[in-house]
Ligand binder design. Sequence first.
Ligand code: NAD
Length: 335
Amino acid sequence: MAKHTIVLIPGDGIGPEVMRATRRVLEAAGLSVDWVELPAGASALDQGFDNVLPQRTVAAIAAHKIALKGPVTTPVGKGFKSVNVQLRQKLNLYAAVRPVRSLPGVKTRYEGVDMVIVRENTEGLYSGIENEVVPGVVTSLKVASQAACTRIARYAFRYATRRHRKQITVFHKANIMKMSDGLFLDCARKIHDEEYPNIEYQELIIDAGCMRLVQDPTRMDVLLMENLYGDLVSDLCAGLVGGLGVVPGSNIGDDVAVFEAVHGSAPDIAGKGIANPLALIMSGVMMLNHIHEEAIAAKIRNAYDTVLSAGEHLTRDLGGNAGTDEFADAVIAKL
Ligand code: NAD
């Protein structure tokens, strides 16, 4: 079996806890790997770096092409630019892909949810261009470029086609933001019409789209949207299938990919050993598929499905009282 070199970023808050658990699961399942462990976030400052995203960390990801990342804390308001925004922009990780599915044994209001959010990751309101026009008046610039809108639309349609998905729904607010969201829609329609007429295509104004999601999420398939909407809708969708502890994610560029859970550093439960590592384990499974270790990926997925189905060793967010390590041990026992 090939040995992989993968950059590992433990992150902040619950990051190191869920990362340790995930690493144990991946290695127990047979992944042959050299981890290149590097910091990002508040922990980078603690380790003496002068930036929340050290150049060494970015360079290592660019060199090795693959990273598994824990969540990082970004201070609210003034200070450093968000680590995640910087990382996605610097490495051109333009597509955030977040599968949201009902899990066996995880009881929620809905059954049979199986959707994928594809979020544009590099522009929109996350351009970070903000100005104080006059004291007391600020603007925040929403950027939409034809190149980036076309790129994410093509990615989503190609993804849907390869994964045998049937439908793409674009969430937008082009009734208000006629130019920026209008351009996003124009690009999506063009890619659908000219390159992927095989996929059913629909557009929903995001407010109505959110209502449809909570009424019956089983009718949604692939959701495509710009940066801010994707951020918000990801957490909303996580809530439909059991919460942030069960939704994985990836940030994909043309030749670099960073895998991370949707959740943040959860300072409210950090250091208590009770965080659910499943979202990061699932992100690890996405990573394994990406690096063509499909057999190991399937083994881990079967193992956590078995643990969930039995309803034992679940963490508190899923109604159990197991800790992070106990859940990971239960998955390892089923490999
Ligand atoms: P959060 O996702 O950290 O937490 C929201 C709620 O979900 C909390 O109650 C938390 O305890 C719970 N939760 C999250 N993950 C969990 C898990 N694995 N198991 C059990 N419960 C879990 O969101 P927040 O509190 O709004 O943000 C905290 C920090 O994380 C902020 O600094 C934010 O900027 C950062 N953040 C980072 C990322 C990232 O690095 N990718 C993503 C989102 C937020």
